[in-house]
Design a protein around this ligand. Structure first.
Ligand SMILES: [Zn+2]
Length: 253
């Protein structure tokens, strides 16, 4: 091919040439390459997930990598100045002034997209429950830490159209089978429940009363979450917040 060297097409000074040569491309923070010698492990784990899905009767679905951001964070639709810090927003050159409730974001998890697909494609008219399975990358703009990435991979089992705890038990069992068939031996499943809607509401009120006088001692994320979803304060890993959480959990549980 001719003229591959752009420097010969566009005359530049010596200093320009040096700066062009210095460009050093690196993977963005929090993402990684999966090299050929690691592929066999990835392929094996995907294959096992497919097999578990088949045995448990979960059918494969693929959903888009990006969706309307409001699907992942309902506060976007109602309040323009609350933007979830974890979301990666997607925009193209042509779409510069898109209103925030129309903006697109990379999926941070699968459940919201699958629920959207279920409704949009009329799957609620099919015989229920619908058991779906998917896998692939998800994206969260989290603080990168050892073993934690901003693009990471999930395997997802969902049962829709069955509100009973039986459906939860099936999903937990499928995950358990997946991990044990992979050969993991020290697997521990911790089951948690947020309780009924009424008891959640009561607990939220108690949490708000507890945290209100402590607000200025909490991290900025928790200060935002206080209004948005006070239960999330109990997830915080910041040292300044953990001690208040421990005190809280000692009082009411
Ligand atoms: Zn916090």
């Amino acid at each position: 091919m001719e003229n591959q060297n752009t420097q010969s097409e566009t005359p530049r000074g010596d200093s320009d040439k040096k700066s062009v040569n210095k460009v050093n491309f690196q993977a963005a923070r929090g993402v990684r390459d999966i090299l050929p010698n690691e592929q066999k492990f990835w392929q094996y784990s995907r294959h096992i997930a497919q097999e578990i899905a088949r045995v448990f009767g979960f059918r494969h679905i693929d959903i888009p990598t990006f969706e309307t951001a409001a699907l992942f964070d309902r506060s976007i639709g109602s309040s323009s100045d609350i933007i979830s810090k974890e979301l990666y927003f997607v925009s193209s050159k042509e779409e510069k002034d898109v209103p925030i409730d129309k903006m697109l974001a990379l999926r941070p998890e699968f459940t919201a997209g699958i629920a959207r697909a279920y409704i949009e494609n009329g799957l609620q008219t099919w015989p229920q429950p619908i058991k779906l399975y998917t896998q692939g990358p998800v994206f969260r703009h989290d603080k990168p830490q050892k073993g934690r990435f901003r693009e990471f991979y999930q395997i997802d089992f969902e049962i829709l159209g069955d509100p009973s705890p039986k459906a939860d038990a099936w999903v937990i069992l499928a995950c358990w089978e997946y991990l044990t068939v992979l050969g993991l031996t020290k697997v521990e499943i911790q089951i948690n429940s947020l309780g009924s809607i009424e008891s959640q509401e009561k607990y939220r009120k108690k949490l708000k009363i507890y945290y209100k006088p402590l607000l200025d001692k909490l991290c900025t994320t928790c200060q935002t979450r206080f209004e948005k979803n006070v239960l999330r304060l109990l997830d915080c890993k910041e040292v300044s917040c953990i001690k208040h959480k421990e005190r809280k959990c000692a009082y009411h549980n």
